[in-house]
Ligand binder design. Sequence first.
Ligand SMILES: Nc1ncnc2c1ncn2[C@@H]1O[C@H](COP(=O)(O)OP(=O)(O)OP(=O)(O)O)[C@@H](O)[C@H]1O
Length: 227
Amino acid sequence: MISVENVSKSFTLHNQGSTVIPVMAGASLHVAAGECVALVGASGAGKSTLMRMIYGNYLTASGRIMVGDTDVASAAPREVIALRRRTLGYVSQFLRVVPRVPTIDVVAEPLLLTGTGADEARAQAATLLARLNIPERLWGLSPTTFSGGEQQRVNIARGFAFAYPALLLDEPTASLDPTNRATVLAMVQEAKARGAAIIGIFHDHAAREALCDRQVDVTGFTPGLAA
Ligand SMILES: Nc1ncnc2c1ncn2[C@@H]1O[C@H](COP(=O)(O)OP(=O)(O)OP(=O)(O)O)[C@@H](O)[C@H]1O
């Protein structure tokens, strides 16, 4: 479902004499439907960078990143938007939302965009918010003023609202209390069981052990070290 093939990446620091920093070379990994793969490696090794390239936030210098039938590395912006709508979900570490949109609509949006009716989308969003213990009195408010943990749970609810065939999870259990952490672990297991291909970054060792079938150490993709 997700196939990263011989990918490389460098950053050019335009405000620092156009210094070019090679951060990745020969990155390759494959994730099948129903599989969860953890990206591991020391801080700065490139886990987030690889995840952002797979999502199409960072450009890829060379190689292919197949998600379903789309090569994210060469896709046009409209293809990336279509991919994100129906195929590839991303739970980032931080919630970024349009101000003043009520929480229930933030969570319902991925369903509305994929053809679910408004009432049904809101009903499903409500179920997710309740499951993640977001108090009902907050559902009509924008999540911009919520606590860090509340925002993270809204982010997770939104990321899991639509049954994406592929999912990227960046620290989905960070800063959650034990009850909500257990809920998120169950949600990831359910996504795997329905056949989602998942790539995750988990500093939470126990979560990684519980959820992931394999680990890929991105240190192996550091330029100069790559095979
Ligand atoms: N936008 C950017 N511009 C320049 N350099 C960047 C940028 N994003 C990442 N880097 C560099 O790329 C390297 C990999 O960073 P990345 O954030 O992917 O590491 P990580 O493995 O996710 O680390 P951590 O576990 O600390 O989050 C680092 O050396 C970082 O400084």
